[in-house]
Write a protein of this length. Structure first.
Length: 169
């Protein structure tokens, strides 16, 4: 992580998105990040410059300082390659697509629920309904006067089977 990247983290905006159940974990993560930042800032961004001319004058062994200088300048500390940002961005796009689908589905469910609410609001109150009004409003649970049932009014004990044929006696 570069020094530039760690300074661009907006901790307050991130904290607003964290659920209450995860606040302690988030605080521990932020604490570790702050410790890392302090350790990183304690060291200079670039190694200190070495005064090679001073050492060439001070050390009498011929070629030793030149050898050290050549080896020192050839050392390159590899910076880790960022191979995760593209994967994260791909995942983020997939999540945004799923979010949009969820929003669309939710809006459809809301519209269906609002239609049902309007239908129920437009019904007569039960206290003012007649049996015929109840049958018209709820035909699946109302008593059918043309086809009466026997107690306990469940399909298993009725004199007809599932196909409407008389039961065998």
């Amino acid at each position: 992580m570069s020094r530039r990247a760690i300074k661009t983290i907006n901790w307050s905006a991130l904290a607003e998105k964290i659920p209450e159940t995860e606040k302690t974990t988030f605080a521990a993560f932020k604490s570790k990040s702050d410790q890392y930042l302090r350790r990183m800032n304690a060291n200079p961004e670039a190694p200190p410059k070495i005064n090679w001319a001073y050492y060439k004058k001070s050390i009498p062994i011929a070629g030793l300082v030149d050898k050290f200088q050549k080896e020192y300048e050839s050392v390159k500390v590899p910076y880790p390659v960022d191979k995760y940002t593209s994967e994260i961005e791909t995942e983020e796009k997939k999540v945004h697509i799923k979010i949009e689908e969820f929003i669309t589905d939710s809006n459809q469910r809301i519209a269906t629920a609002n239609k049902e609410i309007d239908r129920v609001k437009n019904l007569l109150p039960f206290s003012e309904m007649t049996m015929e009004d109840f049958h018209d409003a709820y035909p699946d649970i109302a008593i059918n006067v043309d086809k009466p049932t026997v107690w306990p009014h469940i399909p298993e004990v009725q004199p007809e089977n599932d196909k409407g044929q008389p039961a065998e006696h």
